[in-house]
Design a binder for this molecule. Structure first.
Ligand SMILES: *[C@@H]1O[C@H](CO)[C@@H](O)[C@H](O)[C@H]1NC(C)=O
Ligand SMILES: *[C@@H]1O[C@H](CO)[C@@H](O)[C@H](O)[C@H]1NC(C)=O
Ligand SMILES: *[C@@H]1O[C@H](CO)[C@@H](O)[C@H](O)[C@H]1NC(C)=O
Ligand SMILES: *[C@@H]1O[C@H](CO)[C@@H](O)[C@H](O)[C@H]1NC(C)=O
Ligand SMILES: *[C@@H]1O[C@H](CO)[C@@H](O)[C@H](O)[C@H]1NC(C)=O
Ligand SMILES: *[C@@H]1O[C@H](CO)[C@@H](O)[C@H](O)[C@H]1NC(C)=O
Ligand SMILES: *[C@@H]1O[C@H](CO)[C@@H](O)[C@H](O)[C@H]1NC(C)=O
Ligand SMILES: *[C@@H]1O[C@H](CO)[C@@H](O)[C@H](O)[C@H]1NC(C)=O
Ligand SMILES: *[C@@H]1O[C@H](CO)[C@@H](O)[C@H](O)[C@H]1NC(C)=O
Ligand SMILES: *[C@@H]1O[C@H](CO)[C@@H](O)[C@H](O)[C@H]1NC(C)=O
Ligand SMILES: *[C@@H]1O[C@H](CO)[C@@H](O)[C@H](O)[C@H]1NC(C)=O
Length: 471
């Protein structure tokens, strides 16, 4: 009996040593629960913001590009969204078309010109981005050229002539628009740049004073049945993305319309913005889905946390990105502009041609979900959170194919939480478990979790912070 008691006390002592000293939330990884894949995060420099970047001196150019795309010192973005021009001219904020003047008729050859200023410096930007590890180029048109539309202009909405409910005296322009898109993709191919996805609409639920073209699902389907075979005929591997609805429900409506018209087989990627309605339940589709644009309309704000839910704070965007992956089942998330020279809210970096490069905290929120931690081919896996008495944590995890896992823990509460991570292999080969912390005072500051036997790691997560564990 005495011997057995002694054994028991030895066992208890061992248990006490192994158990976490601190009490707090426990995050448990569930690697066998597998969700969607991961394509990455990204931005756009459309409407000549690529030219703004190009105007910087070389040092500032590299600084800004590294902040966005470097997987060593920046956010490790892997997706770039370029704009396909529809403007007849090249003034600042316009994207000039490769077919700027109307041909004789809808059935004549289009009047092609070479990519204007190398596509407003988007060719240069694409090379720069690819050199830093970008995997996907998405080229998107905001509108067809004015002469192809009911409106006669690229601005203020209007419809592509030839789709349902249009009747243009100049005829049906769907094939012409498809031909123009094919030529644009071929121009890039000739420069050695593969465009992975191509879109022909942007916020088709809106009519705006800049390039815009309206479309519902049926009307999108009417064009898809022309564009899809045109891409195939040209031998292009580029897949079609649709439809960049201004919000999640606007996009759901268009996707449903395309499905009802029987043209969903032509769509390779479903794309939505986050403005008009927030990302919510996943679209009922097996296709990959990206949020391809979203930003804030607050005045310029560099902060991580100013007040609860303040729309341009870094913490708010950390939550948006995490929820998009965790709740809305996206495989990619793109902010609007990466870098711009306007003194407003629409970019992650503010630059001007006297060389300043200023970083918002929203950039660092993105970085936790970038390729520094989450690699191509990763899969989002399950997590459970227990003992979270203040319900302040939101957690996601992505398992990489190399055996590492990146875990993003957001503490939306005010108080520091001592978080214990469990559920990773106890047999993992030595080495520290690194943590990366972002909040008002930190930008991905690297630390070490306290590792314990039995496959546990403990780290402090301050209130209003995002901490990534990389195991
Ligand atoms: C990092 O970027 C480089 C290009 O600069 C690329 O070759 C490499 O594959 C990337 N690594 C990861 C892990 O994404
Ligand atoms: C066309 O443009 C005008 C303004 O130029 C606008 O009022 C109108 O709503 C637009 N859309 C259509 C479908 O005509
Ligand atoms: C076409 O117009 C009719 C009548 O206005 C409308 O009921 C229908 O929804 C429209 N269809 C599309 C695809 O816009
Ligand atoms: C031009 O429009 C007419 C009238 O809608 C149509 O019959 C013809 O097929 C169109 N041409 C092309 C090349 O699509
Ligand atoms: C999530 O998206 C993937 C494609 O990326 C799809 O296969 C899967 O069915 C979707 N899951 C849900 C729950 O919608
Ligand atoms: C910046 O935010 C303000 C305030 O919400 C908004 O009125 C303004 O339009 C935004 N600026 C731009 C250029 O988007
Ligand atoms: C941004 O840069 C462009 C191109 O140089 C210039 O035309 C525009 O005026 C600049 N905008 C601001 C707000 O500085
Ligand atoms: C560039 O930005 C800095 C910082 O906001 C400002 O002081 C400077 O005047 C700007 N330069 C130009 C040319 O806009
Ligand atoms: C973190 O980045 C912000 C800009 O977002 C900068 O102002 C601050 O100095 C940086 N802090 C550290 C510790 O690097
Ligand atoms: C955290 O996740 C829960 C469950 O998905 C959600 O209800 C809550 O809104 C999230 N919190 C934030 C700040 O996004
Ligand atoms: C966090 O602090 C803010 C401001 O001090 C307060 O308004 C809020 O109620 C606190 N939240 C919680 C959950 O205690």
């Amino acid at each position: 009996m005495a011997a057995r008691l002694a054994t028991l006390s030895v066992m208890l002592a061992a248990l006490a040593q192994a158990a976490p000293q601190a009490h707090g939330p426990v995050v448990c990884l569930e690697p066998d629960t597998k969700y969607q894949g991961y394509d990455g995060i990204g931005v756009s420099e459309a409407f000549q913001r690529s030219l703004v970047l190009h105007e910087l001196n070389t040092a500032s150019q590299n600084l800004a590009l590294d902040y966005l795309f470097s997987n060593i010192s920046g956010a490790g973005m892997t997706i770039l969204r370029n704009g396909i021009g529809s403007s007849p001219e090249d003034g600042f904020d316009h994207m000039k078309s490769i077919t700027p003047t109307a041909p004789r008729s809808n059935s004549s050859q289009l009047n092609y010109i070479p990519l204007p200023r190398n596509d407003e410096y988007q060719v240069w930007l694409s090379y720069q981005a690819i050199a830093r590890g970008v995997n996907y180029i998405y080229a998107d048109a905001w509108s067809a050229d004015g002469y192809m539309k009911t409106n006669g202009t690229e601005i203020y909405g209007g419809y592509l002539c030839g789709v349902t409910n249009t009747s243009c005296s100049t005829g049906d322009w769907r094939q012409a628009y498809a031909d123009k898109i094919v030529r644009y993709l071929e121009d890039y191919r000739a420069l050695g740049i593969t465009i992975d996805y191509v879109g022909f609409l942007n916020e088709p639920d809106l009519s705006t004073p800049y390039a815009s073209m309206q479309s519902d699902g049926q009307q999108a389907a009417d064009f898809l049945k022309v564009l899809y075979p045109s891409l195939k005929k040209a031998g292009l591997q580029t897949q079609i993305a649709c439809c960049d609805g201004s919000g999640w429900e606007q996009q759901r409506e268009r996707l449903t319309g395309i499905e009802a018209a029987g043209e969903d087989h032509t769509v390779g990627l479903v794309t939505s913005h986050g403005y008009s309605s927030l990302p919510s339940t996943p679209f009922a589709t097996p296709k990959k889905t990206w949020i391809t644009e979203w930003s804030t309309f607050d005045p310029i704000n560099y902060d991580w946390y100013t007040s609860e839910g303040f729309q341009s704070d870094g913490l708010t965007w950390a939550n948006h990105i995490q929820q998009a992956f965790a709740v809305s089942n996206v495989t990619g998330f793109l902010y609007w502009w990466g870098a711009a020279n306007t003194t407003d809210n629409q970019s992650l970096l503010f630059v001007n041609n006297t060389a300043e490069v200023s970083v918002t905290k929203r950039l660092w929120a993105h970085a936790h979900f970038g390729s520094r931690f989450i690699r191509q081919g990763a899969t989002r896996i399950g997590t459970t959170v227990t003992s979270d008495s203040t319900h302040s944590l939101n957690v996601t995890a992505f398992a990489n194919t190399d055996g590492t896992t990146a875990v993003q823990v957001i503490n939306n509460g005010n108080d520091t939480e001592t978080v214990t991570l469990e559920g990773f292999s106890a047999h993992r080969k030595g080495g520290a478990i690194h943590t990366y912390l972002s909040n008002q005072a930190h930008n991905l500051t690297r630390g070490n979790a306290v590792t314990q036997s039995g496959g546990r790691a403990v780290a402090q997560v301050p209130g209003k912070s995002l901490l990534s564990f990389v195991v």
